[in-house]
Design a protein around this ligand. Structure first.
Ligand SMILES: [Zn+2]
Length: 377
């Protein structure tokens, strides 16, 4: 049965991508025996068959791997444009483009002039915002929720007036209600936006600017299902596993792919955005660690270094106190030295105790959130 049987548009798009994938992709030709019974594809199975799914297409992106084995993805120019249109439409909901400062992981390339790498100390980030406001009229900030929290706390301590900020954008990890209330306390006149995105799908949903406990789904491009443990759709208000089909990705198809996140079923009452909606989303929590010099450091840069260890399949870093860490890893080989050297590069030192635990799987926390790092210090 088509999982979208009661939604004609979704049902026809789903049937179409299933037919294309079965006809062009060696993995899907085998995986989907019966187009009326398409199995759910978990991340582990996807990764085990990643080369066959890519089917010779160049890799454009890969996931961070903290929530599981890194997934490699091919994105056609058409798909990239479709995602770009969604972003533009979302910016329209917010009221158009504003001069922005980005505080994000900038990779190994030189960041754009309005971008500061997330590894910069918080004071430097605050000074950067002030400087970009002076030079370029910046009145918006985009960053990770964990970093936004550090930023507002420090701005408050320093007594810096950031009242000129009119928009704060949060993405890249789960947004908690306390993130939004803290940001509102420092930026009282700012609109806070956030999106639910992944490397596999780009923007999946955007928080409703009018009813912030709901997210509107990019349903023209993606089929989103919320399923219980038996694979049946959950009822309104219930929490379900997020399973997504990308109607447009023909180079590395994702059909009934289980992201590993959870979300509440729900229907936004705003009446202003015609896209269907879901409620709150429970995904990855990046977190922050404590440096020997007293700084809180967002777990982004170290995360990428750990991800890039070739044998790494999954990881989680727990900091018990300043000098004591437990690193849980899923890896077929011993990678103690590589893990230590990631710490050395990231912190500038290897903490006194780094216990490395080899496990089969790293479970999610209560409520379905995956904590990439946990700081008890
Ligand atoms: Zn809405």
């Amino acid at each position: 049965m088509n999982p979208f049987a009661d939604r004609p548009y979704a049902a026809s798009r789903f049937a179409r991508i299933v037919a294309i994938a079965r006809g062009t992709n060696p993995f899907y030709a085998r995986w989907i025996e019966d187009p009326d019974h398409v199995p759910i594809l978990d991340r582990r199975t996807y990764c085990e068959n990643n080369d066959e799914i890519l089917n010779g297409h160049a890799v454009n992106d890969r996931t961070s791997g903290s929530t599981g084995v890194p997934v490699r993805v091919a994105v056609s120019p058409d798909l990239a444009r479709a995602r770009g249109r969604d972003t533009a439409r979302f910016v329209g909901w917010l009221g158009g483009v504003l001069p922005v400062v980005r505080l994000i992981y900038s990779g190994h390339s030189r960041p754009a002039e309005n971008t500061l790498d997330i590894g910069a100390p918080i004071d430097e980030q605050i000074d950067f915002i002030l400087m970009r406001h002076r030079l370029a009229g910046a009145v918006a900030v985009t960053t990770y929720p964990t970093n936004a929290e550090l930023l507002v706390r420090r701005a408050h301590e320093r007594g810096v007036d950031l009242g000129f900020i009119r928009r704060v954008g949060l993405y890249g990890e789960s947004v908690e209600p306390h993130h939004i209330s803290q940001i509102r306390s420092i930026f009282p006149s700012a609109t806070v936006w956030s999106t639910y995105s992944s490397v596999e799908f780009g923007m999946i949903a955007a928080r409703c600017p009018f009813e912030p406990q709901y997210h509107h789904v990019m349903a023209h491009r993606l089929g989103v299902e919320l399923l219980d443990d038996r694979g049946a759709p959950v009822g309104r208000g219930e929490r379900g596993r997020v399973v997504i089909t990308d109607y447009l990705n023909t180079l590395s198809p994702f059909i009934r792919y289980e992201l590993g996140d959870y979300a509440d079923a729900g229907s936004c009452p705003c009446g202003r955005i015609s896209l269907p909606s879901i409620g709150e989303v429970y995904g990855k929590v990046r977190g922050a660690l404590l440096h020997r010099d007293g700084r809180r450091v967002v777990f982004a840069d170290l995360s990428v270094r750990l991800r890039d260890i070739p044998e790494m399949r999954q990881y989680q870093v727990v900091q018990h106190d300043i000098e004591w860490f437990t690193v849980r890893v899923v890896s077929p080989a011993r990678i103690d030295e590589e893990v230590r050297s990631a710490f050395a590069v990231h912190f500038g030192y290897v903490p006194e105790r780094v216990n490395i635990e080899y496990v089969d799987e790293i479970p999610r926390g209560p409520g379905g959130k995956f904590h990439a790092s946990i700081c008890e210090a």
